[in-house]
Design a protein around this ligand. Structure first.
Ligand code: ADE
Ligand code: ZN
Length: 326
């Protein structure tokens, strides 16, 4: 019990957090009320988000984001998200942001949203002790044309706070290679790269993210387990997996945490890290992720130190920021 409590209270580094997906349902309900938008269909009677499966989750997610309209709304969201993360021991966090949800992908509007988020993050860094960095994220099911526009937004604003480019959304739509133009554009702007792969599709999807897009990290990647050659490729090339165990179990990617391959991937030499994905949607927190992993796999504090260190080494920030975190 004592060890479990110590693990729960450890400082934590999180690499995979969707900004809009981190919005507490009460926050979204409050905004909907202010803006007189009827969002009752996306909430259960107990106030939590209501959806049937991953694809319905994407719809509910978009409906929830529809009430986030102004830069001020995003600033308030940023504060709420960072307070929750800090309360769960997170000291460094990287978050996926989508210009598509910030004024519709127009570059001049995007700059205003980004400034509001960044200013709030800097304030939170001073008074909550949590450091945030942004990863601009294209949405796969919005298609390659939208992703190009997203990459141009990202390239315009690439800098010391906005440090990465990624791809999220419905993995069953299109291919990784449909997004090579967007990823090349982002890379040329100095952004570091990650893509969601191997959450819903199998090992081949993970291979394609690495080979076709040249990413250094993979969102999820857990379904690489099952193809030894892909697992070995990840280990050899030191590709870092942003594993979100609670999300995977909640969405049914694996039937239970005990059946989740995170421990086996780690044993096979793959660099694994732990994140929450969309915490209120999956009823999780970083503290809960650490505690559940400790209980299920009998991991001690040394393992969690290693996970934090791996995450920080793979973080899309400069060395000075890294050194100040842990
Ligand atoms: N967007 C938000 N959460 C996601 C997930 N788990 N997979 C793909 N896209 C997402
Ligand atoms: Zn994700």
């Amino acid at each position: 019990e004592e060890t479990l409590d110590r693990i729960g209270r450890m400082p934590k580094v999180e690499l995979h957090l969707h900004f809009e997906g981190a919005a507490p349902p009460s926050f979204i309900r409050g905004l909907a009320k202010e803006k007189k938008v009827d969002l009752s269909r996306i909430f259960r009677p107990d106030g939590s988000y209501d959806y049937r499966d991953f694809w319905h989750f994407l719809e509910v997610y978009e409906a929830a984001t529809s009430v986030l309209k102004t830069p001020e709304d995003f600033a308030r969201l940023c504060r709420a998200v960072l307070e929750e993360s800090a309360a769960n021991g997170v000291v460094y966090s990287e978050t996926f942001l989508s210009p598509d949800f910030c004024g519709g992908g127009d570059v001049s509007a995007w700059k205003d949203y980004l400034l509001a988020i960044r200013e709030t993050a800097e304030e939170a860094e001073r008074d909550l002790g949590i450091t945030l960095r942004g990863i601009v994220t294209a949405i796969r099911h919005f298609g390659p044309d939208k992703a190009r526009q997203t990459a141009l937004c990202a390239a315009e604003t690439a800098g010391d706070w906005l440090t990465g480019f990624g791809l999220a959304g419905d993995e069953k739509k299109g291919k990784q290679r449909d997004f090579t133009w967007a990823f090349d554009c982002a890379r040329e702007a100095g952004l570091r790269l990650t893509s969601h792969a191997g959450e819903w599709n199998g090992p081949q999807e993970v291979r394609e993210a690495v080979e076709d897009l040249g990413v250094e990290r993979i969102g999820h990647g857990v379904r690489a387990w099952g193809d030894r050659a892909v697992v070995d490729m990840l280990a050899e090339r030191e590709i870092v997996l942003e594993v979100c165990p609670g999300s995977n179990v909640f969405l049914g990617v694996f039937p239970s945490l005990a059946a989740h391959p995170i421990a086996k991937l780690r044993k096979a030499g793959v660099k694994v890290t732990v994140s929450t994905d969309d915490p209120p949607f999956f009823h999780t927190t970083m503290r809960r992720e650490f505690e559940d992993l400790a209980k299920t796999f009998h991991w001690d504090e040394e393992v969690f130190d290693e996970l934090n260190r791996t995450a920080l080494d793979a973080a899309f920030c400069d060395a000075a920021t890294r050194d100040a975190v842990l």
